[in-house]
Design a protein around this ligand. Structure first.
Ligand SMILES: [Zn+2]
Ligand SMILES: [Zn+2]
Length: 322
């Protein structure tokens, strides 16, 4: 019975007969995925080569190791990695540079707002920003870092260097998702590298010997793996927290943290009742503005001008049906 390790290496050998245990083909000689050791004899450590030369065999075998042997399917490997990378940088760029929902007003509008609020006796800080001198829309908050009011403010993210609000929250979620995909790629790539390049296995040598061997086999790869695992943990926590708030609670991070400050939330010791929560399915459709070729009709709200929680979902004065 051939072991899974033997099968993997034999498949990576590129069309040659399968062999038991380690494959005995030279690294990359016939275009297939190279294996370690390059000859039949065992060596304690791989040869010292440049970093690029070390990474190349690993990247060749990371995606679709069987299909990659066939030239006509080789493009799938690059295509998958390329799309993940492009989507990651696109969503990061949009989170970083796009308008998060800045509430703008001219000097004339500011004077008019102050006079109107003063005459009606409602010039209080719950609806008026004394820094921006504007009437704050519902769900907005003044960002102390950026010194501006943001519509549907979620939080200020130092990681993307921008506020996360109504204008870029979807892109921020896309950034987290593709960042998680990229981290998984990194972890998978590291594991493939060790299987190919390091003359040790977990089952044969035990846990501590295995860890020591892979750490000395390529310290750079080991460092990359530790970094990936660290970032994997906090990104998973963050994206799960965000999805829970968006889909299940229908509130932002700011509203969840400061729910008692806002009159329109009913807060108990165990739950927060939000007037913006329309059910998990509807919340997701509205948040991501999913249309699916006309199958859904998301309710799109201009949160920069929405000053009331009394939504009219049919007239277009509040929620606007698309
Ligand atoms: Zn403000
Ligand atoms: Zn900010």
């Amino acid at each position: 019975m051939m072991s899974s390790r033997g099968v993997f290496l034999a498949q990576a050998g590129g069309g040659r007969p399968r062999v038991r245990g380690r494959a005995r083909t030279p690294a990359g000689r016939d275009g297939g995925c190279p294996v370690w050791p390059p000859s039949g004899r065992r060596e304690a450590r791989p040869r010292r080569t440049t970093l690029a030369a070390e990474l190349r065999p690993a990247s060749d075998c990371v995606v679709f190791p069987k299909l990659a042997e066939k030239k006509k399917f080789a493009f799938l490997r690059e295509l998958q990695q390329f799309h993940t990378l492009v989507a990651l940088f696109y969503n990061f760029g949009k989170s970083w540079k796009s308008d998060p929902g800045i509430i703008k007003a001219s000097e004339e509008q500011k004077k008019k707002t102050i006079v109107e609020l003063a005459e009606t006796g409602s010039l209080d800080l719950s609806i008026f920003c004394s820094t921006c001198l504007i009437r704050k829309p519902v769900r907005s908050k003044h960002c102390a870092v950026c010194n501006r009011c943001i519509a549907k403010f979620d939080h200020h993210c130092p990681w993307v260097g921008n506020c996360v609000g109504s204008g870029n929250h979807r892109y921020f979620m896309g950034y987290l998702f593709f960042l998680l995909c990229m981290i998984c790629w990194m972890i998978y790539g590291c594991i493939c590298y060790w299987r190919i390049h390091c003359a040790t296995t977990y089952t044969k040598d035990g846990f501590w010997t295995y860890v020591t061997q892979i750490a000395t086999c390529s310290s750079w790869m080991f460092w990359m793996f530790l970094n990936s695992v660290f970032h994997f943990m906090w990104v998973v926590v963050l994206i799960m927290c965000q999805i829970y708030q968006i889909a299940c609670l229908g509130i932002t991070t700011n509203e969840r943290m400061n729910a008692r400050r806002y009159k329109h939330f009913k807060v108990t010791s165990t739950s927060i009742e939000s007037p913006f929560n329309h059910g998990c399915f509807r919340n997701l459709i509205d948040f991501f503005e999913l249309r699916c070729c006309g199958l859904f009709r998301p309710v799109v709200v201009d949160w920069t001008t929405q000053h009331s929680i009394d939504y009219d979902q049919t007239s277009g004065s509040g929620y606007q049906l698309v």
